[in-house]
Ligand binder design. Structure first.
Ligand code: ADP
Length: 198
């Protein structure tokens, strides 16, 4: 890196010469430094020092993380399901958020733990109330797409004070739910960064 800093742009051949090494010996090192973003390679010109700090490189890496690489399988329920059955589903599926769909499997709402708790503290008959009465409904649902940067979704979770977001595919009729992104996925992404597993 010091050689590239001092003499860049410089070819791999010239770097090897300065180090008394063969080009082949040096190749893996240059590949790693280029992949990590410290150096940049231009064909026929050679290697440049990018001048990026470790923090900038980490930020670049974070911005490249996509929803589809961290999303989980969504748990969806029909809008006519009773609040009682939704509570049972939440326990059986071991999730904190259920996505609500209509008969055409299009997204119509979201049910959080507190939505279900709130409905439960009244004196209502939980088996008789459909979830579409108590859910947060479209168009007030925050959604994301599989190609979205994970960091944008993380910002929205904070801003909107929610635990989860459905990953959707847009069709002419509405949104199909294809995945789920939660604070747990964000925690896993954070850990994978530390393990350099991105
Ligand atoms: P909890 O209520 O268990 O703390 P949340 O913080 O996720 O869970 O939910 C807070 C409120 O926001 C609930 O009323 C829920 O229906 C709603 N909500 C949850 N996820 C979304 C979303 N993606 N878009 C819009 N509203 C949501």
């Amino acid at each position: 890196m010091q050689i590239v800093k001092d003499y860049g742009p410089i070819t791999g051949e010239s770097i090897a010469e300065k180090l008394n090494l063969t080009r082949a010996t040096l190749r893996p090192d240059l590949a790693i430094l280029t992949m990590a973003g410290y150096l940049e390679a231009r064909p026929r010109v050679g290697y440049f020092y990018t001048g990026k700090t470790g923090t900038q490189l980490l930020a670049d890496k974070i911005k490249k993380m996509k929803v589809e690489d961290y999303q989980s399988i969504p748990v969806v329920v029909n809008e006519n399901m009773s609040v009682y059955d939704a509570i049972v589903t939440m326990f059986l599926e071991d999730v904190g958020t259920l996505f609500v769909v209509d008969d055409e499997s299009l997204l119509v709402g979201v049910l959080s733990r507190k939505d279900l708790l709130r409905a439960s503290i009244g004196k209502q008959e939980l088996t008789a109330i459909p979830v579409n009465i108590i859910m947060t409904r479209m168009p007030n649902i925050a959604v994301c797409y599989k190609d979205d940067p994970l960091i944008d979704v993380a910002e929205q979770l904070i801003e909107k004070q929610i635990d989860a977001m459905p990953v959707v595919r847009k069709t002419e009729k509405g949104y199909e739910v294809v995945g789920r992104i939660t604070k747990t996925n964000m925690t896993k992404a954070f850990v994978s960064l530390a393990k350099d597993d991105v």
